[in-house]
Design a protein around this ligand. Structure first.
Ligand SMILES: [Fe+2]
Ligand SMILES: [Fe+2]
Length: 148
């Protein structure tokens, strides 16, 4: 069970945009480093317990789930961690606000765009990815129990 490669690549792309911002001198670089401190542990946690379940999804809606107990376990951990992860999104958004402001006054449109993309990424996770992972866990748990 692996994180779907599109999601892994999206994280990688966001991180490389962040690295470019961190390489800037002055306020932009400093603000980007503050974003990185919050973002790195958050991304790691997501790749550990919020996104691998999505690797069970298939276009046909069918197919065998390799390790159903593990899917259930991850989704239960996600459910427990969810309030913390949502708070992390808030903290990341606050750090991004400073980065966005610094990038705007320095005329660095790329980094403004990065801030907007990362905010949209977090919103998409809250609206789609996290709920989908929880739903997959609940569905598989139910299937395991009805099978006895
Ligand atoms: Fe993410
Ligand atoms: Fe996130």
């Amino acid at each position: 069970m692996e994180v779907p490669s599109s999601l892994r690549k999206e994280h990688e792309e966001l991180l490389s945009m962040l690295e470019r911002a961190m390489a800037e001198p002055g306020e932009v670089g400093e603000a980007a480093k503050a974003v990185s401190e919050k973002l790195m542990p958050h991304f790691h946690k997501e790749e550990e317990l919020a996104l691998p379940q999505l690797g069970c999804l298939t276009l046909s809606g069918e197919g065998r789930v390799e390790n159903p107990e593990r899917v259930v376990e991850l989704s239960e951990r996600l459910k427990e961690e969810l309030p913390i992860m949502l708070e992390e999104h808030v903290q990341i958004a606050i750090a991004l606000e400073s980065l966005r402001a610094a990038a705007e006054s320095a005329g660095k449109g790329d980094h403004v765009r990065f801030a907007d993309m990362l905010l949209l990424h977090a919103q998409m996770e809250e609206e789609v990815l996290y709920p989908a992972s929880l739903l997959i866990g609940a569905y598989i748990r139910q299937r395991l129990t009805t099978r006895g």
